[in-house]
Design a binder for this molecule. Structure first.
Ligand SMILES: Cc1ncc(COP(=O)(O)O)c(C=O)c1O
Length: 428
């Protein structure tokens, strides 16, 4: 197929994320990817600044990942999980239990981050049902959050960016408070947590769980908030008998500088969701982990089972990819790699701070954010990045980098220079 044929068929028949079928915004055909480079079909190579949306932490076409998957392929690519089990799932569950906070002991595998959120929310509702408190069916979340695109996940994501008005007759109306005003590294004052505390206190009889992203609010604004805020949320949930669900789908597996972002606050959620980098970006897989209290209460209460079971639950190939990715991550000096990337992002993006179009520059771990005063015009900015030989995909007012952990300094320098150069040309 020529590029023209490929692009013609793509345009005629395929939706892309958050796109219109009638849009003229270009998509770029990728022929292959290797290390930190995406190779386009026209021969151009782009340095990847996105890790394919937080996933590809070891880069692409990694020999150890490939050989682990090839070996598993010879055994079985998939088998149903109802009534059957297998080594990749068991080994992976054991590893996740060992790596996450100690109280998290039970693992439910699913196919994507959004589904793991649905699972977490259903678990919270079933938990209170089993405790004969069926009125606790709703959720408290913070604005600027993002938890996925399925209905329950959407209902707890930011009401404005999640376009709740569009789905108002279908979406459950949950409780929201403002996103934390205290930034990462700051203390959290009584005033910072006051709205959260008041809402929780007033509505606790209807709230099954608080759900939030720990430390980094990703797709809802790339905001980094105080660990002290999260610590106080944990205490308040305890005090008011509300479960805490932490969505570590974007933050998990080292991205923020800790293996899991909740470690910054030294807290344990009752339920935790992981996905994205879980498989090193090779396959779609997510997991919802819970404490024994949650899993035992659900299992011993009415109706005696947890009501969820996806067809591709614990897919053996995906579990194998996750095991291979964890092996690579844990054998690597990932903490020092992340702090090297963090330092270079800080230095490299610093010139943006004084540019007229820029509102804020912030860096945490391997996440570098340049927040603009106005939303970017994707049709203009995307080709500029591609012409500069980098793959950077801004959204709204955010131009950000989250490169694979294996990126070398000279390639990272190309990414930050491209941001500096292109942002400097934007009007305020
Ligand atoms: C924090 C967070 N939660 C949930 C999701 C949804 O995951 P998925 O796209 O795999 O359904 C995302 C995806 O960006 C995310 O960043």
């Amino acid at each position: 197929m020529t590029d023209d044929q490929l692009l013609g068929l793509d345009k005629a028949h395929i939706w892309h994320p958050y796109s219109a079928m009638t849009s003229d915004t270009p998509v770029y055909p990728v022929a292959s990817a290797d290390g930190v480079r995406l190779k386009l079909t026209d021969g151009r190579e782009l340095i990847d600044g996105m890790s394919s949306w937080w996933c590809a932490i070891h880069g692409y076409n990694h020999p150890q990942m490939n050989s682990a998957l090839e070996a598993q392929l010879q055994k079985m690519s998939h088998v149903m999980f109802g009534g059957l089990t297998h080594q990749p799932a068991v080994e992976l569950a054991a590893q996740l239990v060992a790596l996450t906070p100690e109280a998290l002991q039970s693992v439910f595998f699913s196919d994507s981050g959004s589904v793991s959120i649905e699972v977490a929310m259903k678990m919270a509702i079933q938990y209170w049902h089993a405790k004969e408190q069926p009125n606790k069916q709703l959720f408290l979340s913070i604005r600027n959050g993002y938890h996925g695109d399925t209905f329950a996940a959407m209902s707890v994501s930011d009401p404005v960016t999640g376009m709740h008005s569009l789905f108002s007759d279908t979406l459950t109306k949950q409780y929201f408070v403002d996103a934390p005003g205290c930034r990462f590294g700051d203390l959290c004052t009584d005033e910072d947590i006051a709205e959260f505390e008041q809402t929780l206190r007033a509505e606790k009889d209807h709230i099954a769980a608080v759900i939030m992203e720990p430390i980094v609010q990703g797709a809802g604004g790339m905001r980094f908030y105080s660990a002290e805020y999260l610590r106080r949320v944990r205490e308040l949930c305890e005090q008011h008998h509300v479960l805490l669900i932490l969505d570590e789908i974007a933050t998990g597996f080292g991205r923020t500088g800790k293996l899991f972002a909740c470690e910054y606050a030294d807290i344990t959620p009752d339920i935790m969701c992981v996905g994205k980098a879980l498989t090193g970006g090779y396959m779609s897989l997510a997991a919802t982990l819970t404490s024994k209290d949650v899993s035992d209460t659900i299992s011993q209460g009415d109706p005696g089972v947890f009501m969820h079971g996806p067809t591709f639950m614990a897919n053996p190939l995906a579990c194998t990819a996750a095991l291979a990715s964890l092996k690579l991550l844990l054998a690597s000096p990932w903490q020092s790699e992340i702090s090297r990337i963090e330092q270079q992002l800080k230095t490299g993006l610093e010139p943006c701070r004084t540019m007229p179009a820029v509102q804020d520059v912030r860096v945490l771990g391997a996440i570098g954010v340049v927040e603009l005063k106005n939303p970017v015009d994707m049709a203009v900015i995307q080709p500029l990045f591609v012409d500069a030989g980098v793959w950077i995909r801004p959204f709204g007012k955010l131009v950000y980098l989250m490169p694979p952990f294996i990126i070398e300094n000279k390639d990272l320098e190309k990414l930050t220079s491209a941001v500096v150069d292109i942002v400097s040309k934007l009007a305020s």
